[in-house]
Design a protein around this ligand. Structure first.
Ligand SMILES: [Zn+2]
Length: 147
């Protein structure tokens, strides 16, 4: 099996995969008693076909688990209906997911250093984090929320 390797152009610049679009949303970065800085909120955007594929995958996994749990005595009375219902439910929820937060990038208002903070999939704006350089508390807000 081939290991996943980042594709590099002759100029050694990473190539973004064409199937996945990345979206950058402007944000403001606040720290107590400091000048607000601008930053970007990076999200992975899924196309319609990617959303269908992602939804189908989770649906198939749930129904395979339902099939597998049918062979477990007694527990199958609970597990089979739970996995059968979870398939379309989780599939629908996954289909609804158009963006996945990836990272926040910007300059710390306190120490002026550039940072990139990886984000959890469920992160929504506004959110709080800590500067990786100076440990100062930061609040990241969507730009349109400040208006
Ligand atoms: Zn800092």
């Amino acid at each position: 099996m081939r290991a996943a390797v980042n594709t590099l152009t002759p100029e050694n610049k990473p190539v973004q995969p064409r199937s996945i679009e990345h979206i950058q949303r402007p944000v403001t970065i606040h720290a107590r008693n400091e000048t607000t800085q601008a930053g970007v909120f990076l999200e992975k955007h899924f196309t319609s076909s990617q959303r269908i594929r992602r939804a189908s995958q989770v649906w198939a996994i749930m129904w395979l688990l339902a099939l597998a749990s049918a062979f477990i005595p007694i527990a199958h009375f609970l597990l089979v209906p739970v996995f059968v219902i979870a398939g379309p439910t989780l599939g629908y929820l996954r289909y609804q997911q158009q963006h996945i937060p990836q990272a926040v990038e910007g300059q710390c208002p306190s120490c002026q250093q550039h940072f990139r903070l990886p984000l959890d999939q469920r992160t929504t704006l506004p959110y709080r984090d800590v500067c990786p350089h100076c440990d100062k508390h930061l609040q990241i807000r969507a730009l349109d929320h400040d208006a």
